[in-house]
Write a protein that binds this ligand. Structure first.
Ligand code: ADP
Length: 269
């Protein structure tokens, strides 16, 4: 079953790739230019192979802090939004430069959660993605931090890019979501705390028992941890698509995943 599903990965044509802040930032808070350039190189090469690529990139706040020479995230929401605004521009400027170097163009797509609630918003979003892909442009997606809010009757915030990337897979009808993190995949317990944790090669269904194994999440950068990755997997499996959770330290792993090799954890029915 694992072998068959891994083989299927080779046929993936439209792929959403999500990178966490830890993939493109050094632990000291500076931008990891090497990683950003490598990511742009690998994704550009996948485009040259004929794949359609959509990138969901975190890092706006991290890059904004670095740009403003701040070592700590500000406390108030408006200040955080301002930092994200500064960082997002810087992030896109770097991606634009690196992708251009490898012969490709990018387009920025900032989303709020309500795009899925209102048919017109949803259609506009789908149309934008379609046009970018038709024009061979790489859409780079992030949450629209400026307008996202979390109120009782008005919830427009995804809160984490894991869920956002699964929604992007749905909206674009992509075949595959590859989620890159600082961990080799999904384990039976938190591997950062337990030496004997064992990696799952494949998961076919997100059961309550599986969700239980993700409870012990650490969230260094205030992101979702493992639980939101499983929520994303749930959305992907429901759409009958595939997801791979893998380690983004060596970004050439993307070539191996798409070659059907046993990397990371594959979520597939
Ligand atoms: P990212 O910032 O890349 O999105 P997170 O830090 O949010 O990643 O989540 C990954 C972390 O989740 C891992 O570093 C690990 O410490 C933690 N974790 C908790 N439970 C598990 C588990 N069962 N399998 C793998 N990682 C787990």
């Amino acid at each position: 079953m694992n072998k068959e599903n891994r083989e299927k990965l080779k046929q993936s044509k439209r792929i959403v790739i999500k990178v966490g802040t830890s993939t493109i930032m050094y632990p000291n808070g500076s931008i990891n230019l090497q990683q950003m350039e490598k990511l742009s190189f690998v994704l550009s090469d996948l485009k040259n192979q004929g794949k359609e690529i959509i990138l969901v990139s975190s890092g706006a706040i991290g890059v904004g802090l670095s740009r403003m020479n701040l070592t700590q995230r500000p406390v108030t929401i408006p200040e955080q939004q301002a930092i994200a605004s500064i960082g997002q521009t810087e992030l896109m400027s770097l991606y634009s430069k690196f992708f251009y170097h490898y012969g490709h163009h990018i387009g920025q797509v900032l989303l709020t959660k309500d795009v899925t609630d209102y048919p017109v918003s949803r259609r506009n979003t789908v149309n934008t993605f379609e046009q970018l892909l038709i024009k061979h442009v790489v859409p780079i997606v992030n949450e629209n931090d400026t307008v996202s809010v979390e109120e009782l009757d008005h919830l427009t915030r995804f809160g984490d890019n894991d869920t956002l990337s699964a929604i992007v897979l749905e909206l674009t009808e992509a075949d595959l979501l590859i989620m890159l993190s600082d961990i080799d995949g999904f384990y039976d317990k938190n591997p950062m705390k337990h030496n004997d944790a064992e990696l799952f090669e494949t998961i076919n269904e997100i059961t309550d028992d599986i969700l239980e194994l993700a409870q012990d999440s650490s969230t260094k950068f205030g992101t979702g941890g493992m639980i939101t990755k499983l929520t994303a997997a749930q959305i992907v499996l429901k759409a009958n698509k595939q997801m791979v959770l893998a380690n983004g330290t060596d970004l050439t792993i993307l070539f191996r995943i798409l070659d059907g090799m046993n990397e990371g954890t594959l979520f597939s029915k």
